[in-house]
Design a protein around this ligand. Structure first.
Ligand SMILES: Cc1cc2nc3c(=O)[nH]c(=O)nc-3n(C[C@H](O)[C@H](O)[C@H](O)COP(=O)(O)OP(=O)(O)OC[C@H]3O[C@@H](n4cnc5c(N)ncnc54)[C@H](O)[C@@H]3O)c2cc1C
Length: 609
């Protein structure tokens, strides 16, 4: 097997192979030696990277001899290009980035490769001095005197472009590289079925990933159907829910996992998109056990786990909460329902400056979380904006890894604590720009931040351009506590205040988790941790008070199995589920032939878990 894979790999090298680049000098040499280069910045553990690897190889074969295709494993090699999410594809023409994108976009890869190849082809021409002389002889003899100079001054393709524009015709030229017939029409249409014996390692990994994704999609589809039924039951039943969790970030979903596993049948109320991790433009690298994944992917995994334990998701915004009523009343955009206990996990939103470029470069250099994203700017100059404790902490954290920190503050003194302010002021790597505000964030060729334009508050004509690859806006957060304003104890900034050593809020039966009650740590993992605490506190409170025990209409209901939920499943999938559930279909379904008969057996056991 290994020998076959090796043979396949060597065969690949012979034509249109993708070269693995491991050093900066190798990378620079390839850029210098090749007119057009496409780079796949990938990592071994990223799913979309695995998916794209065989496609990249296929496109490389298609443009063999015309465009150079290389790949860089960003976790093992640094070639001088800062990459913030994987996979990222860069398209170089004459050593300069022409185009780039991140993600598993096959069409994008094909289109941008085609455009690059076309440009490179247009530039791949030769004009002889004789041909140029003949051209001027015919079209503009006055230039004959300077023909040598002109010939030296421009590359051939430019000369062809300029003369064609000026005279309507171009001098005679030839192609440097003889045209090659495109290898295939672009892959997709040629796909014939999958023969895993003929696959190399990249193809095998992609096939496994594809199959896992397909199985996951089916599972999610099933969860959604079950969720829909639970939602309908919940809204039509007059009985209160034991526990409602408001917010669907790491805190809320972790609380849901714990509450669901404790049999409390939690209802999570949160819009489908929202929360801080959803807006993170680069990978999360500090969540334990998940070395790298996007924020939305982490949340997707958490949600899937909660749904597996039958937590119900109500994808709505909470408009109001009545904590005087018992049970509590929760009103959303579309309905109203009651709950005996509540976990508030609505998070906090970052305050932003609202200046040009800020939105454009979020995820491309502009961030509001130095602890989260600071490491990406190791040995690079960065900017911090703000004058409070958070800005001081951010500047000090960044000064450990970045080359230089410029702290921009709109006043002439900090409102931060003296200890922190002194540490900043005496730090050799931190410079403070007093009485200054950010006017604009600007980027360079690669669409990443590369400078911050700063304006003096005392003299608006006085602007300074600060080189910076990272900029951290540290001007505070707004906790999402409006829905319980006046009903629960909060601090001056609007964060929920909990009773020491627990997550309990000032009203009995209400608990807080995550950033909505945390102005200090503000991390996904601390939020998830407090989500678990809130669920455990709520569970204990329900047990101790006896509230909601035995009264629910759905109390003894087990989830019904609906055969139609499994109609799109393959027999392979059904058999795999039997195996996981310890069911012996041969014993239980003698003489069964039809898929529906096997589904019946599955339903007899309550359906897939
Ligand atoms: C740019 C950025 C990058 C970050 N990177 C990292 C990182 O790399 N690692 C890390 O550990 N942390 C990171 N963080 C911090 C992390 O995202 C937060 O600490 C964490 O998401 C907080 O979780 P939470 O559940 O408390 O709140 P959020 O994640 O903010 O979730 C709040 C939830 O409540 C919902 N909600 C709000 N109002 C309502 C309402 N009225 N009704 C219903 N639902 C509502 C929202 O839609 C959302 O679902 C980052 C934060 C930012 C801003």
């Amino acid at each position: 097997m290994m020998r076959k894979l090796l043979a396949a790999a060597l065969l690949g090298l012979a034509s249109g192979a993708v070269e693995e680049v491991t050093t900066q000098s190798q990378f620079q040499k390839i850029l210098a030696d090749n007119m057009a280069v496409v780079v796949d910045f990938y990592s071994q553990t990223c799913g979309p990277c695995i998916m794209m690897a065989p496609i990249f190889k296929e496109v490389a074969k298609e443009y063999d001899g015309r465009v150079k295709f290389i790949k860089v494993d960003v976790q093992r090699a640094y070639v001088g290009v800062q990459i913030r999410s994987m996979p990222t594809f860069h398209f170089y023409l004459q050593g300069k980035v022409e185009n780039q994108f991140s993600g598993g976009d096959e069409n994008g890869l094909r289109q941008m490769s085609r455009a690059l190849a076309q440009k490179a082809e247009a530039m791949d021409v030769e004009v002889s001095l004789g041909a140029l002389e003949a051209f001027y002889q015919k079209h503009d003899p006055s230039k004959l005197e300077k023909v040598d100079e002109i010939y030296e001054k421009y590359p051939a393709y430019k000369l062809v472009q300029i003369l064609k524009k000026k005279y309507g015709v171009a001098p005679e030229f030839t192609k440097k590289t003889p045209p090659k017939k495109a290898a295939t029409g672009g892959g997709k249409e040629e796909e014939k079925g999958v023969d895993i014996k003929k696959m190399d390692l990249d193809d095998l990994k992609a096939e496994v990933y594809r199959r896992e994704m397909a199985a996951e999609e089916k599972e999610i589809e099933l969860f959604k159907k079950k969720n829909q039924r639970r939602r309908e039951k919940m809204t039509s039943a007059a009985a209160p829910t034991k526990i409602a969790i408001l917010g669907g970030g790491p805190a809320g979903v972790t609380a849901a996992i714990y509450a669901a596993r404790a049999g409390l049948k939690p209802v999570v109320v949160a819009p489908p998109v929202g929360g801080q991790l959803m807006s993170k433009g680069v990978n999360v690298e500090n969540y334990p056990g998940i070395p790298e994944a996007t924020g939305p992917d982490i949340l997707k995994m958490m949600k899937r786990q909660a749904m597996k334990f039958s937590a119900t998701f109500e994808e709505e915004m909470v408009l109001s909460v009545d904590l005087k009523a018992k049970p509590f009343v929760i009103t959303t955009n579309s309905s109203s329902f009651t709950a005996h206990a509540i976990v508030l996990a609505t998070g906090a939103d970052s305050r932003w400056l609202g200046v040009p470029g800020e939105d454009d470069f979020k995820g491309g250099g502009v961030s509001s979380c130095a602890t989260c994203d600071g490491f990406l700017f190791s040995a690079k100059p960065v900017v911090v904006v703000g004058g409070g404790d958070t800005a001081m902490e951010d500047a000090l954290v960044l000064a450990r890894t970045s080359s230089f920190v410029t702290l921009i503050h709109r006043r002439d003194s900090f409102r931060a604590s003296k200890v922190l302010a002194d540490a900043v002021l005496s730090h050799p790597k931190i410079t403070v720009m007093w009485n200054s505000v950010v006017k604009e964030f600007k980027g360079g060729e690669t669409n990443m931040l590369d400078k911050v334009i700063v304006e003096s508050t005392t003299d608006p004509t006085n602007t300074t351009e600060i080189p910076a690859e990272g900029a951290f806006v540290a001007i505070g957060h707004i906790p999402n506590t409006d829905i319980v304003k006046g009903q629960l104890d909060m601090n001056d900034a609007g964060y929920l205040v909990t009773r020491g050593g627990s997550t309990a809020c000032s009203t009995s039966g209400v608990f807080a988790a995550g950033d909505v009650a945390d102005w200090v740590y503000r991390q996904a993992v601390t939020s998830a941790g407090s989500g678990s605490q809130a669920a455990l506190d709520a569970e204990r409170w329900l047990s101790e008070t006896g509230v909601g025990l035995g009264g629910d209409a759905e109390e003894e209901d087990s989830e019904e199995c609906h055969p139609e939920d499994y109609s799109s499943w393959t027999m392979k999938q059904i058999k795999k589920t039997f195996k996981e559930m310890g069911i012996d279909p041969a014993a239980e379904c003698r003489g069964c032939n039809e898929k529906s008969q096997f589904i019946e057996v599955l339903c007899k056991h309550g359906g897939a878990p």
